[in-house]
Ligand binder design. Structure first.
Ligand SMILES: C[S@@+](CC[C@H](N)C(=O)[O-])C[C@H]1O[C@@H](n2cnc3c(N)ncnc32)[C@H](O)[C@@H]1O
Length: 276
C-alpha cells in the first residue's frame, strides 16, 4: 500500500544525501522571507518558516505534538526551544531519525523531544494522544493522503489542531500539456504522488472528509519564492548539462529547482489548518 521504497530512494539518492546537508544543514523545507530580506540568508528564512508553524499551532508550552515526517528534527528542535512544545517526530528513514535524536541531545532538548522511525499513516499511538499534529512539506509524499489524515484525526485530542505546510497545484486541464508532463515527471521522480493529486482545493476537501472542521488554507508562496529562485540559479547549469545528456531523471533535485521556479505561477505553497 505504501510508497516507502520510492520515498526512501529519493532521500537516499546522492542528490538528496549531499544537497540538503550542503545547502540547508539537512533541513528539508523552504524558508519564509519578508520583503527586504536577503534571498541568500537561508538559515534565517528557515527559522522564520518554523516560527510561522509555531504561531499557526498557537499552543501553550508543554503541549504534546506529533511532527509527521520530521526529517532531521530541526523544525521540532526550533519549536521545542522557542515555544516549549513537547514533540514526538516520526520519519520513514532511520538516518533522519538518528540525526534528529543526536541534534536534540546536542541542543539540550532531550526532555522535550523524542523520535521514532515509522510511517505517519500508521502511527503507533493510542487515540487522542496529541494536542496537535503538523506536517512540514511531507504529506505531498503520501501514497494515500486520506489514510494519513484519518490517522492524524484519530491521534488528536478533541479540539486538537492539524497544521500542514504543503504544496498544491493547478489541475492538468488548465496547464499547457508540456507543463502537465513536467509536474507528472517531477512528482514521480521525487516520490510526491500526493502533490500530483493536490490540485487547488483537494487538500481542504480531503481534510474535511477525514472529519476535521474549521478547515483553512493560506497561500504563502511569495514568501518562499526567494529561496526557490536561489536554488534555481544554482541548479541551472547542472540541470542543463544533465538534460543535454538525457540524464535529468537522475538529477531530480536540480530539475525540481529549475522547473518548479519556472512553473511557479501554477503551484502554491500553502499553510493548511483544521480542528478536530
Ligand atoms: C521534505 S522532507 C521534510 C522534513 C522535515 N519536515 C523538514 O521540514 O525538514 C519530507 C520528510 O518526510 C518523510 N516522510 C515521507 N513520507 C513519510 C511517511 N509516510 N511517514 C513518515 N515520514 C515520511 C521523509 O523521509 C522526509 O524526511
Amino acid at each position: 500500500m505504501g510508497n516507502e521504497r520510492e520515498v526512501s530512494g529519493y532521500y537516499r539518492h546522492p542528490g538528496s544525501r549531499l544537497g540538503y546537508p550542503l545547502f540547508l544543514n539537512g533541513t528539508k523545507h523552504f524558508g519564509y522571507y519578508r520583503a527586504d530580506d536577503s534571498p541568500w540568508l537561508w538559515s534565517k528564512a528557515l527559522r522564520r518558516m518554523e516560527d510561522k508553524m509555531g504561531k499557526t499551532l498557537a499552543l501553550p508550552p508543554g503541549a504534546r505534538v506529533l511532527d509527521a515526517g520530521c526529517g532531521v528534527g530541526d523544525v521540532a528542535g526550533h519549536l521545542a526551544g522557542r515555544f516549549g512544545l513537547r514533540i514526538h517526530g516520526v520519519d520513514l528513514l532511520d538516518f533522519h531519525v538518528a540525526t534528529a535524536a543526536r541534534r536534540a541531545r546536542r541542543r539540550g532538548l532531550g526532555h522535550l523531544l523524542s523520535f521514532s522511525r515509522g510511517d505517519y499513516a500508521a502511527p503507533a499511538f493510542p487515540e487522542e494522544s496529541f494536542d496537535a499534529v503538523y506536517t512540514m512539506e511531507t504529506l505531498v509524499h503520501a501514497a494515500e493522503a486520506e489514510t494519513a489524515l484519518r490517522q492524524f484525526h484519530r491521534v488528536l485530542k478533541p479540539g486538537g489542531r492539524l497544521v500542514m505546510f504543503e504544496y498544491v497545484r493547478e489541475s492538468d486541464d488548465r496547464l499547457h500539456p508540456s507543463a502537465a508532463e513536467l509536474f507528472r515527471q517531477l512528482n514521480t521522480w521525487a516520490a510526491m504522488p500526493s502533490f500530483q493529486r493536490f490540485t487547488y482545493g483537494t487538500l481542504e476537501r480531503l481534510t474535511s472528509e477525514a472529519g476535521f472542521s474549521d478547515v483553512r488554507a493560506e497561500d504563502i508562496s511569495r514568501h518562499m519564492w526567494p529561496m526557490l529562485k536561489c536554488f534555481a540559479a544554482i541548479a541551472r547549469a547542472p540541470y542543463a548539462a544533465a538534460k543535454a545528456a538525457g540524464l535529468h531523471r537522475h538529477t531530480v533535485n536540480s530539475m525540481s529547482a529549475v522547473e518548479f521556479w519556472r512553473l511557479r505561477a501554477f503551484w502554491r505553497y500553502e499553510v493548511h489548518s483544521a480542528v478536530k
